[in-house]
Design a protein around this ligand. Structure first.
Ligand code: GDP
Ligand code: MG
Length: 441
């Protein structure tokens, strides 16, 4: 996310970090760079101005300048103000005490409403809810079919009445259906237009009047930058939205929308879409996003992502294998599959503290390396995977030929594997002794 912006901000702040003492001028110079970076990222002009004023106000003064680590203090202030800009704390969905909770998705055509409806359904299902998707877009050809396909993939029911009935009626009937079938959340997919127009707004107002949703969520495409912010303002003005879901944050968006929507439209970002896959929806945490932008990593999201993609039982089995040094190439292969489920490495590394943008760029190559590793493991026999010590010279040659790699590469893999195994054992033991000592919960 926000590659250009992150790189520039980190660059500007890095200069401060390396200085022992700071002058007012140092801070002002850095803030000028920060300002340019934000403007270039398409952040709303007024938002940028307010932001810079706030940071300067707090940063230029005795307390910061005379502290032991003035650079760190300024970075901390930037982090706090970025977090505040994006809404300070996570804004959760409102659930109605009386089922079903009604969520209505609105937005322009192509913003990602239908996809996001499915993603949100999947997210709620994982939370233990019983969602129902309602097909309220009767205009776009195949919109109903699209929602049905999404629903089928997630095993979530879809309520539809074809395209001859008014969306207001469909929404109402859908909620009745949910009542009868024990669905505690309904998600209404609605039609969009390429631009905001009167007919669309009236239709959405009518649905709102009739079903009184607990959440009206505006789905906006982050790639549209400033436009996304204008759309949010207009929809909020006409419809009174409760929050925003920002989609396509995985693309090469400049980040402006994520940083200004909250400040301009005064509505929180509740979720972000991070890819086309139905699992790629994340709750939006302002502080974690600020950390990612400033290169401080986002360990919490990483752990949550891992938990969501990893099978807990398998994870426990794995832990045991690591402790007893029974970890084999077969397990390794399985790990590779799990990692693939978590998404591209570059997205994951972004969440690791200290990973800089340059390292991220090198990662594309590493994704390729993973494919090579997988090819080599696949060229091993089951026996070899379980007991790598039998892999002698001739076996190495065969594996190299089978996977289209060099013997050198196979040698490296075997060496790395042994080292990794040892290291994992050390980690596991360390954690165990810490637990014993009562230092960790
Ligand atoms: P709608 O017209 O608002 O219902 O939009 P759709 O749900 O049909 O989505 C339009 C396109 O955007 C589809 O190709 C989706 O796969 C894509 N899309 C939606 N959300 C995301 C996202 O978070 N990331 C990416 N890369 N693509 C997305
Ligand atoms: Mg749609």
């Amino acid at each position: 996310v926000f590659e250009g912006l992150a790189e520039k901000l980190q660059g500007a702040l890095q200069k401060l970090k390396s200085k022992g003492k700071l002058t007012d001028k140092d801070v002002k110079d850095a803030m000028r760079e920060v300002k340019l970076a934000l403007l270039e990222a398409d952040v709303n002009f007024k938002v940028v101005k307010d932001f810079i004023d706030k940071v300067k106000d707090r940063a230029v003064g005795h307390e910061v300048m005379e502290s032991l680590t003035p650079g760190q203090q300024v970075i901390k202030i930037v982090h706090e103000e970025l977090t505040a800009l994006m809404g300070t704390t996570q804004s959760k969905l409102n659930f109605s005490p009386k089922a079903p909770t009604v969520i209505m998705l609105v937005g322009l055509q192509g913003a990602g409403k239908t996809t996001t409806g499915g993603k949100l359904g999947g997210y709620l299902k994982k939370m233990g809810k019983r969602p129902l998707l309602i097909a309220g877009d009767i205009y776009r050809p195949a919109a109903i079919k699209q929602l049905q396909v999404v629903g089928a993939q997630l095993d979530i029911p879809v309520f539809s009445m074809g395209d001859k009935v008014s969306p207001v009626h469909i929404a109402k009937a859908g909620i009745e259906h949910a009542n009868k079938h024990g669905n505690d959340v309904v998600i209404i997919d609605t039609a969009g237009r390429l631009h905001i127009d009167e007919n669309l707004m009236e239709e959405l107002e009518n649905i709102k009047k009739e079903v009184v949703p607990h959440e009206i969520l505006l789905v906006v495409d982050a790639m549209t930058g400033q436009d996304a912010v204008n759309v949010a303002e207009t929809f909020n003005h006409r419809l009174g939205i409760d929050g925003v879901i920002l989609t396509k944050l995985d693309g090469d968006t400049r980040g402006g929308a994520a940083l200004s929507v909250r400040a301009v439209a005064q509505k929180p970002i509740k979720f972000v879409g991070m890819g086309e896959k139905l699992s790629e929806l994340e709750p939006f945490y302002p502080d974690r996003m600020a950390s990612r932008i400033l290169g401080m990593g986002d360990v919490l999201s990483l752990i949550e992502k891992a938990q969501a993609s990893f099978d807990e039982k398998k994870a426990r089995e794995l832990e045991k294998k690591i402790r007893t040094q029974e970890f084999t190439f077969e397990d390794f292969l399985e790990q590779l599959q799990q990692m693939k489920k978590m998404g591209p490495l570059s997205q994951l590394l972004e969440m690791i503290p200290g990973a800089n943008t340059k390292q991220l760029k090198n990662l594309e190559m590493n994704d390729k390396e993973l494919i090579h590793i997988e090819a080599m493991i696949r060229s091993m026999t089951i026996e070899e995977r379980r007991n790598p010590s039998i892999i002698n010279g001739s076996r190495r040659k065969r594996i190299a030929q089978g996977s289209g790699m060099t013997v050198q590469k196979v040698n490296n893999l075997l060496k790395q594997f042994e080292q990794t195994k040892k290291m994992m054992k050390q980690f596991a033991d360390m954690e165990k002794s810490m637990k014993k000592g009562g230092k960790m919960k």
